[in-house]
Design a protein around this ligand. Sequence first.
Ligand SMILES: CCCCCCCC/C=C\CCCC(=O)SCCNC(=O)CCNC(=O)[C@H](O)C(C)(C)COP(=O)(O)OP(=O)(O)OC[C@H]1O[C@@H](n2cnc3c(N)ncnc32)[C@H](O)[C@@H]1OP(=O)(O)O
Ligand SMILES: Cc1cc2nc3c(=O)[nH]c(=O)nc-3n(C[C@H](O)[C@H](O)[C@H](O)COP(=O)(O)OP(=O)(O)OC[C@H]3O[C@@H](n4cnc5c(N)ncnc54)[C@H](O)[C@@H]3O)c2cc1C
Length: 536
Amino acid sequence: EQQEKWVPRAVNMEIIGTYAQTELGHGTFLRGLETTATYDPNTEEFVLNSPTLTAYKWWPGGLAHTANHCVVVAQLHSKGVNHGVHPFIVQIRDEDTHMPLPGVKVGEIGPKLSFSTANNGFLGFDNFRVPRDSMLMKNAQVLKDGTYVKSRLSKLTYGTMVFIRVMIVTDMAYYLSVGATIAIRYSAVRHQSKPKENEPEPQILDYVTQQHKLFIALASSHAFRVTGQWLWTTFVRVNKALTSGNADTLPELHAVACCLKAVTTRDAASMVEACRMSCGGHGYMTSSYLPILYGITTAACTYEGENTVLLLQTARSLVKAWQKGSKGKPLSPTEAYLMDKSPVPKWENTLDGIIAGFRRVSAGKVQDCVSKIDKLVKMGTSYEDAWNQTSVRLVAASEAHSRAVILATFRAEVSRAAAALSPPLARVLHQLVHLYTVYWALERVGDLLLYTSIAERDVQELQQQYEDLLQKIRPNTVGLVDAFDLRDEILNSTLGAYDGRVYERLMEEALKSPLNAEPVNQSFHKYLKPFMQGKL
Ligand SMILES: CCCCCCCC/C=C\CCCC(=O)SCCNC(=O)CCNC(=O)[C@H](O)C(C)(C)COP(=O)(O)OP(=O)(O)OC[C@H]1O[C@@H](n2cnc3c(N)ncnc32)[C@H](O)[C@@H]1OP(=O)(O)O
Ligand SMILES: Cc1cc2nc3c(=O)[nH]c(=O)nc-3n(C[C@H](O)[C@H](O)[C@H](O)COP(=O)(O)OP(=O)(O)OC[C@H]3O[C@@H](n4cnc5c(N)ncnc54)[C@H](O)[C@@H]3O)c2cc1C
């Protein structure tokens, strides 16, 4: 009924909304949110209020000047009882005049690192009344007399965040495809230095160090796209089960969505930054789009669940799984490997060997965390303090688990799809899977040395495998980014345009600068000249 009331109006843009959950004082700890929604049975309304400055909603995208409605997450009070945070759909602006409604204080939060067009806003309520059906009652309800009907699963309130985290993994695949396209195309156009005196300056794409910086971004884009598709399929399956009242698979989805969102956003931000730096000074130009792209990807490390907090959520699930498995209870499919108690096998420098190695690393780290926590608790430390003292290791265990999931998914999905592909295309995609897998084995060689039987000669061989792969992928690099088929208007980059006219585009953009409107800028007359004449 509520969906019938609100969804059509949102779809036809009568309602322009945003998600107002975060407050000045709380973003991570949702149970600490201060905005209140107090039910008045006499008028069958909720009274929304921001009791403190820290209760003001702060950050919601589009809140400052675009949205006329928002979903507000508030502490629900009824009959003198606080029932915790619940979502409410609230009109905040007049639909004709767009003026803020009486009792609503709304504005813009100011300049940010990026997302400059998102008009992120603040929102405060001064005893603002909304009808009872403003409470989104899919999960919990408040009856006309104020009786609270509890949700069958309190965590369903957090469901929106799981959905967005699932989507963010695929978003990161897209952003990496943009960054890789810009940097690789530029690297094919840019010639620099003379390693061989009697030969012309080479394309910087032929420097192996440049390939090392860029090809992992290209491979990661495919890895995250494939993983994002797997995660979406999982999300759809879990939500179908939830619809029929079965919440058994929700904890696994929450755990895997948390660590994949955290790892893919951190990788995307660091790899986009590497793309920027690989383009030298021109990569620092706004007109290259790389600085803006970095601002967008690094924001994702914070929004929709700050990465550390989410990795600790996954760690919570891994520790619980370890404890369950140790009692012989079955584990979820993504965590079942934790109970592999077989002896550590002889190391194999193969994809399957490396994937198995990462699972050993994750299981070993989880076991170490459980042991440390148990030891601290036995010494009289509270569980919460023991958890905190182990949290650096817990985050590392979560990251290892996430990497194992990505490696296994990327390999399995490409192997499955390869049968339907032309042999040359299958070969190139397998090279990207191989590069991605060996790259991360080398990045985490310390962990592999600790938890697997990998030996020095294996590591040397992996390094050589990696360098051979860079050489094999080089001839197809430009073709691979062209295959992303990103139009120039979307790339929005002087360095990444399809025609490669980098220098002409850089100058065209430079001449658009307002500072080039006149040969002598007014700052000379106002400041420089008086200063030079000793008048300032
Ligand atoms: C359509 C595509 C869009 C793509 C994006 C485009 C760009 C958009 C730009 C910006 C959008 C950004 C919007 C936002 O940022 S919205 C605000 C996001 N905020 C957060 O994510 C807050 C993070 N904090 C939390 O989720 C929670 O506070 C918490 C960290 C999980 C802690 O909560 P709490 O203390 O209640 O929970 P516990 O840790 O004690 O755990 C209790 C049990 O609940 C389980 N749990 C927790 N969360 C979930 C969940 N989401 N789903 C299912 N289950 C959950 C947890 O596992 C515990 O279970 P257990 O059995 O172990 O007790
Ligand atoms: C670009 C952008 C867009 C956004 N859009 C929206 C939006 O549309 N709607 C919305 O509601 N919000 C939005 N947000 C807010 C975002 O969801 C929050 O910033 C995010 O949830 C983090 O919360 P916080 O800012 O309070 O950071 P905090 O939680 O205060 O984190 C600060 C530090 O404390 C650490 N920390 C916190 N808790 C723990 C813990 N339990 N264990 C260990 N370390 C901990 C974190 O790891 C972090 O290092 C947006 C933010 C950004 C940057």
